[in-house]
Design a protein around this ligand. Structure first.
Ligand SMILES: [Fe+2]
Length: 583
C-alpha cells in the first residue's frame, strides 16, 4: 500500500488530501476546521482529518507532496533581478519563503509528535503550476488533453501550459512573473474597493451590470504577445518592485496593494470599500472582465494551435472565473473541458499527490474525480448527540425536530418547505472539496421567487446585492433551461439561461441573463438529485437555488456549526442528516 499525503501549505486556501494506491480517500481545506476563511499556514487539521478517514497514522505515509518548489525557476529570478526587471529584496524575500516551505517535514514532525522520517517518508516539492496542471489532468476523464494553468503567482510563474497523456505531463511553456493575469485581476479588484483575499469573484459579479467602456485604458495595462502570452505595463503596478506580500498571522490572509498612482491617473480615483458602487465602477469591472477574457482566450487559442487537441483541462485561481469558463466552447475550438472542484490553490495538494503517484512513481491512472464529496461526514449518532447538546437553545427558539429515516420522504417534505418559500439548510453526507457548496452543505430556496435574493441577503448572507445566486439543476434537464447542454458538477461555468425560461427562475438568473449552474446527476449525489426531483414534481421546475451553508465564515463543516448558523441566522428549516428541525 502506498500512501501519499498532498499538501498546500503557507499559502492561501491551505489544504491536504490523501491518495492511497492511486485512489483519493479524502481532501479538505484547512479553513473549514480552523473556521477562518482562506487560512494559509500548515494544514494540520486537514491532515488529521485525512489520516482519520483512512484510519492510519502519519508514520504510515510513504510520500509527502507539496505544491511548491521554491528552488524552481531560480535562474530566471536571478536573471530578472540582474537585468533590473525585479528588485533584489524581492528575490531575497522569496528565498526566505523558501526555507519555510523547505521546513515542512520538520514542522510536521513537531506537530504530530512523531517522526515522519522514521519509515523513510520522502518529501517532494512539486513546482506550483505543475501541481495545478496535474490537479486537473491526472484526475480528469481524458487520456490526452491540453492542460492550462493561470493564476496570480506561484514559484515565479503566472501561467503554464502543457500536454497530458496517459500518466505523464509534458510542459509546453510558462509565462513568468511579473506578467500575470491573476495579479492584473487582483490589482483591479483592489482598485475597485474589494480588499479581501479572494474578492475577485465580486468584480466578476459586478461586471454584468456595466459596459466595457474602458477597453482603450485596459489595452494600456495589458498587451497580447504573438506567442499566446501577455505582458503588463508595469508602470501601473507595484508587484514587481514591492513584491506580492501576503500576511496571515493565524488569521485571514491579506495581500498588499498592487497598483500604482499611474492607475488612478488613467482611470480616476480608486474606490474606498465603504463607498457606494457607481456606474463607473460597474463599467471598469465589465472592462476588467472583458480584458481578462481577451487574454485568456488568446492563450487558450494559442495552446489549441500548438496541440490541436480537442480536450482541455484547466486549473489555477483564474480557472475559478466561471464567466470566462462558460464561454470556452464559443471562443475556442476546444470541445470538452474538465475543471476539478478545487481549481484554485487548495487543489495544488491534489495535483502534487497525483504528480508523485502517476508521474514520479510511474503508476497508471485509475481515478477520475467525478464528484466533490471528499470531506468529513458525521454518523446519525453524532448528529443526534449534537441536537441533544443544543436542545435548550433549540427549545428557546421554539424549534420542533422530526426524525425522517426514509430518504424519499425526507426529500419530499424538504421540497414542500422550499416550494412554500422557506429558507432551508441542507446538511448531508461528506463535505465538499473546493470553494462551492454542492448540495451537502448548502442553503436551498425556491428559484421562482425573486424576493429570495433579498431574503437571503437580509437574513443570512449579508453580502453585496449585485452578487448573483446560483442554481442546482437535474443533469438531464440542463438543455431545457440553458444555452449550453454540458455537465458541470462543480458549479464552475456560467451559461446563458434560455430567454423564455428567465422569468420563471428570477432568483437564479443574473442581470445579464446568465446562471452559474451546478448539474446534479443521480449517480453522483442521489439524495440531492432526489430533493430537486421532488421539487420538480411539485412545481414543474427541475432546479433549486443553492448557496453555501454559512454566514460570513467558511462553509459549515460539523453538525454543531450548522445548528449554530441555523439559530443565528433565523433560517426556517434545517435538515441535518435524518433530522428535520423547523422553527
Ligand atoms: Fe496558484
Amino acid at each position: 500500500m502506498t500512501c501519499i499525503l498532498g499538501i498546500n501549505a503557507y499559502h492561501g486556501d491551505s489544504s491536504a488530501c490523501l491518495v492511497v494506491d492511486g485512489k483519493l480517500i479524502a481532501a479538505a481545506e484547512e479553513e473549514r476546521f480552523r473556521r477562518i476563511k482562506h487560512w494559509a499556514g500548515l494544514p494540520t487539521e486537514a491532515i488529521r482529518y485525512c489520516l482519520r478517514e483512512a484510519a492510519i497514522g502519519l508514520h504510515e505515509i510513504d510520500d509527502i507532496a507539496v505544491n511548491r518548489n521554491p528552488g524552481a525557476n531560480f535562474a530566471h529570478k536571478l536573471l530578472s533581478a540582474l537585468q533590473g526587471r525585479l528588485s533584489f529584496h524581492l528575490v531575497r524575500d522569496r528565498l526566505g519563503n523558501r526555507s519555510k516551505v523547505r521546513g515542512i517535514k520538520t514542522e510536521l514532525d513537531h506537530e504530530f509528535k512523531m517522526s515522519t522520517g522514521r519509515n523513510g517518508a520522502k518529501v517532494h516539492h512539486v513546482e506550483h503550476h505543475v501541481a495545478h496542471l496535474t490537479s486537473a489532468f491526472l484526475v480528469s476523464p481524458f487520456e490526452k488533453a491540453a492542460v492550462v494553468s493561470v493564476d496570480g503567482l506561484g514559484d515565479f510563474v503566472g501561467a503554464m501550459w502543457g500536454v497530458g497523456e496517459g500518466n505523464k505531463l509534458k510542459i509546453g511553456s510558462k509565462i513568468f512573473f511579473p506578467h500575470s493575469l491573476g495579479l492584473f485581476y487582483l490589482a483591479m479588484t483592489q482598485y475597485l474597493g474589494f480588499p479581501n483575499y479572494g474578492d475577485e469573484y465580486k468584480v466578476m459579479g459586478l461586471a454584468a451590470f456595466g459596459e466595457p467602456s474602458f477597453m482603450s485604458e485596459m489595452h494600456r495595462l495589458v498587451a497580447l504577445n504573438s506567442d499566446g502570452a501577455f505582458r503588463l505595463d508595469l508602470s501601473y503596478f507595484t508587484h514587481h518592485s514591492k513584491g506580492v506580500t501576503m500576511t496571515w498571522n493565524g488569521g485571514e490572509p491579506k495581500t498588499g496593494s498592487l497598483y500604482s498612482k499611474n492607475l488612478e491617473d488613467l482611470l480616476g480615483p480608486f474606490r474606498n470599500p465603504e463607498d457606494p458602487v457607481g456606474k463607473r465602477h460597474e463599467d471598469i469591472a465589465s472592462s476588467v472582465q472583458a480584458m481578462y477574457e481577451e487574454c485568456f482566450f488568446h492563450l487558450l487559442n494559442h495552446v489549441y494551435e500548438k496541440t490541436k487537441l480537442p480536450h482541455l483541462c484547466l486549473a489555477g485561481g483564474c480557472a475559478l472565473n466561471s464567466v470566462a469558463n462558460g464561454k470556452i466552447f464559443d471562443r475556442t475550438p476546444f470541445r470538452k473541458v474538465y475543471i476539478q472542484a478545487a481549481a484554485g490553490d487548495a487543489g495544488g495538494a491534489l495535483g502534487a499527490a497525483y504528480y508523485v503517484w502517476n508521474h514520479l512513481l510511474d503508476k497508471p491512472r485509475a481515478f477520475v474525480m467525478e464528484n466533490a464529496y471528499w470531506g468529513p461526514e458525521f454518523s446519525e449518532a453524532e448528529i443526534a448527540g449534537e441536537i441533544r447538546a443544543k436542545r435548550n437553545e433549540l427549545d428557546q427558539a421554539r424549534c420542533a425536530s422530526e426524525k425522517i429515516d426514509d430518504e424519499n420522504e425526507r426529500c419530499r417534505k424538504t421540497a414542500v418547505e422550499i416550494a412554500n418559500g422557506k429558507v432551508v439548510g441542507w446538511f448531508q453526507g461528506r463535505m465538499e472539496w473546493g470553494p462551492r457548496a454542492l448540495g451537502n452543505r448548502s442553503i436551498v430556496v425556491d428559484p421562482r421567487r425573486e424576493e429570495m435574493k433579498a431574503v437571503l441577503n437580509a437574513r443570512i448572507k449579508r453580502r453585496e446585492a449585485f452578487r448573483p445566486f446560483a442554481p442546482s439543476i437535474l443533469l438531464e434537464k440542463v438543455g431545457e433551461y440553458f444555452e449550453k447542454d454540458y455537465p458541470d458538477p462543480f458549479m464552475i461555468k456560467v451559461y446563458p439561461v434560455k430567454a423564455p425560461k428567465r422569468s420563471l427562475i428570477p432568483a437564479v438568473t443574473h442581470v445579464d441573463g446568465t446562471g452559474r449552474l451546478q448539474t446534479v446527476s443521480k449517480e453522483d449525489n442521489p439524495l440531492y438529485w432526489g430533493l430537486i426531483k421532488e421539487f420538480e414534481k411539485l412545481t414543474g421546475l427541475p432546479l433549486i437555488l443553492n448557496t453555501s451553508f454559512n454566514e460570513n465564515e467558511p462553509i459549515v463543516c460539523k453538525p454543531r456549526e450548522a445548528i449554530d448558523c441555523f439559530l443565528r441566522t433565523k433560517m426556517d428549516v434545517l435538515v441535518l442528516g435524518n433530522y428535520m428541525i423547523r422553527r
